[in-house]
Design a protein around this ligand. Structure first.
Ligand SMILES: [Zn+2]
Length: 373
């Protein structure tokens, strides 16, 4: 499976200015060519190259490779819908490949700019280093918050699944974004605060409905999306690495279960919070990372996971008196509600797919050891 690996570049003031100038020229050239392609209704690479290659090189001072990349970029975008003239951002990404960029390990990179090649150091972690041997030629240069990054493509092998010893049940967000059957809660004041801030700001802007309010809303939704994505990455990573470290499978409910349960609780506000948090994405991240790390994922019937007592299995809507609190009407067992749901999910995974491998063999099999270490 291919994976995107962001690598931060260390740049001096001069180097940064040079990269910025290169980026601007590159996108300026792309916008110029898009204009021509649109005017002449040409979406054919060879034809555009024939007509504009030299002009791109001279007028925009592009290297041969950049001129070719600009042509590909424009053709790709214009082909999608010929009724629309593609417009590229001033600081849009530059696509590099092995002809205009080369890696020395992952520590150093040499790349073409408007003024020839420059060599830069990168700032990378151990995890990224371990992926260096799988790096492919292509990488996108992007500019974010005053820093340059190369988004490299690495070939990450999927690991074969290990034999799990039990499962971690994960309950996705009634009160918290995620709670597992060990009782760990994935929430954070920062998340809650940001969520409130976004919600109230959005409400205010929606009332206004002026053009600038609309623009603001659009910008905000992008920022909010990135924030949620980051949080979902952090949570999914924590869940998967815990499962891997304890040789357990991950048990999840069906997505449809989240919605219907929220409806049963009948709090509109609560329901809004659910639909607004990107659970689909969180689940996709968990599945993706699990697959990558060889962690089995099991799906269970979500029915009554929040109402069943994990001790005596009494199912009763009154077991869940409030959103947070579970108390069994039969045996009196009490716990945090999301934790109870997570325990039920874990138990169902164990019942659904009995684990045949005895504990001892699972722990001592070479695969399990490799995975656990
Ligand atoms: Zn009970």
């Amino acid at each position: 499976m291919l994976q995107a690996l962001p690598v931060k570049l260390e740049t001096s003031g001069d180097e940064k200015a040079l990269l910025l100038a290169t980026m601007k020229k590159y996108n300026e050239a792309a916008n110029f060519l898009a204009e021509q392609a649109f005017r002449l209704k040409i979406a054919n690479k060879v034809e555009l190259q024939k007509r504009f290659y030299y002009q791109l090189r001279e007028q925009f001072n592009l290297s041969a490779q950049f001129a070719v990349r600009v042509i590909s970029k424009v053709v790709e975008a214009y082909k999608k819908d010929k009724r629309i003239k593609p417009v590229f951002r001033e600081l849009g990404a530059i696509q590099y490949d092995q002809r205009n960029l080369s890696w020395k390990g992952l520590d150093r990179v040499s790349m073409i700019t408007l003024k020839g090649r420059i060599k830069l150091r990168t700032r990378i972690g151990e995890y990224q280093k371990s992926r260096a041997d799988r790096i492919r030629g292509q990488a996108d240069l992007i500019y974010r918050k005053g820093e340059f990054y190369l988004i490299a493509v690495v070939d990450a092998p999927e690991q074969s699944e290990f034999d799990p010893v039990g499962a971690i049940g994960v309950d996705l967000g009634i009160e918290n974004i995620a709670t597992d059957s060990d009782g760990q809660v994935f929430r954070g004041e920062t998340i809650e605060k940001a969520r409130k801030r976004y919600n109230s700001l959005r409400a205010r802007l929606q009332k206004k409905s002026t053009r600038s309010a609309k623009r603001h809303l659009k910008k905000m939704s992008g920022r909010e999306k990135r924030f949620k994505r980051d949080i979902n990455h952090v949570i999914s990573k924590a869940i998967v690495s815990k499962a891997k470290g304890t040789i357990r499978a991950i048990a999840l409910e069906d997505l449809s279960g989240i919605r219907s349960r929220a409806t049963v609780i009948g709090r509109k506000q609560q329901r809004d919070r659910h639909s607004k948090w990107s659970f689909r994405q969180l689940r996709a991240f968990v599945e993706y990372k699990a697959k990558r790390d060889g962690v089995p994922v099991k799906f269970v019937d979500p029915k009554n996971t929040s109402r069943e007592c994990p001790k005596c299995h009494n199912i009763d809507a009154r077991n869940r008196r409030t959103r947070n609190h579970f108390k069994c009407t039969e045996c009196g067992y009490e716990a945090m509600a999301d934790h109870v749901a997570a325990c039920n999910i874990a138990a169902r995974a164990a019942v659904n797919q009995p684990i045949v491998a005895p504990l001892f063999s699972a722990v001592t099999s070479p695969l399990a050891l490799a995975v656990g270490s």
